[in-house]
Design a binder for this molecule. Sequence first.
Ligand SMILES: Cc1cc2nc3c(=O)[nH]c(=O)nc-3n(C[C@H](O)[C@H](O)[C@H](O)COP(=O)(O)O)c2cc1C
Length: 360
Amino acid sequence: MSGIWGNNIKYSIFGESHGEAIGIVIDGLPPGLSLDLEDIRFEMARRSPGKTSIETPRREKDEFRIISGYFNNKTTGVPLTVLIENTNKRSKDYEKPKGILRPGHADYTAYMKYKGFQDYRGGGHFSGRLTAPIVFAGAVAKQILRLKDIYIGSHVNQIGNLYDERFSINNVCKESFENLKKMNLPVLNEKIGERMKDLILEVKGAKDSIGGSVEVVAINVPAGFGSPFFDSVESILSHLMFSIPAVKGVEFGSGFEISRMRGSEANDIYYLDKDEIKTRTNNNGGILGGITNGMPIVIRVAFKPTSSIGMCQRTVDYLNRSEVDLRIEGRHDPCIVPRAVPVVEAMAAIGLLEFLINDI
Ligand SMILES: Cc1cc2nc3c(=O)[nH]c(=O)nc-3n(C[C@H](O)[C@H](O)[C@H](O)COP(=O)(O)O)c2cc1C
């Protein structure tokens, strides 16, 4: 089923962008877990729109309500269900495209799969808004991972042709992750960050959009998580990353660059740090044979430019079987990458928790 994922902990996501509410059911959490609800609110606020001029002015506070599985401030062990009401829906903006296929969106594929019964308003179940419950689940997963000293951090790696510095073995620690979390456009090099913001505003002015990528890293993941074949750490994590709307590429460690290296450059050389086995480089992104090797897990996730643009585009009206001009009126992000940062972290946390629970 497309809306349910997980073996040890099962996640079931539901709702539509302009329906009553969206949410997630998390089944399999251990009982007796105290959740830091303020921390979850902070994570949700990182994703919510309308904070800066580079984001959509659609304001959604993303207030959540836990309706089951939490009693006396502790998880009970039965399914934890969270609801996030849709308080700011301006369906008017989304009425026009009924029957009109928005280029880059899932309108055509949804129509074919759901035979015209889909809630098409604002993208319905395909909307980026459905990433709010994922951030909720990721915040819960991060809290459990933290109990084992595992931390996840990320930054905007690239917008268009502008690249931030990369994470390296030497610049990843939980303190730097905390600093990045406080930034609206989290980058390691703030000068590049300013140029990225200018570029996003320039593209917005032209009624266009732009893509980019997010780099996420997990530290203190013990060696030995994962399996050689179908449940390799890369398989599980990339499966989850590709479940984020607008993701078109995922790479680990040096990623596609490793294919241009010689073996002598690509091999991560082992050494002993006191009694610990480490590698001097991390081209393999902390994973060998599908199994973690104790080095930081490094993933980069590529996002396409926002599909909804104000420019006029030619398309098809499937109800009238005619070709038409389309200009999208709604409120959209010229670049979704900054808002996708906590979503990428959440997916990394959900994936790693699956391995951690396996290991306990
Ligand atoms: C956090 C987030 C917010 C998004 N917001 C928008 C948006 O405002 N406008 C838009 O056209 N696409 C947005 N998207 C992407 C679309 O939902 C996505 O491109 C579309 O459903 C088609 O799916 P696909 O790109 O995965 O094929 C967003 C994605 C994410 C992760």
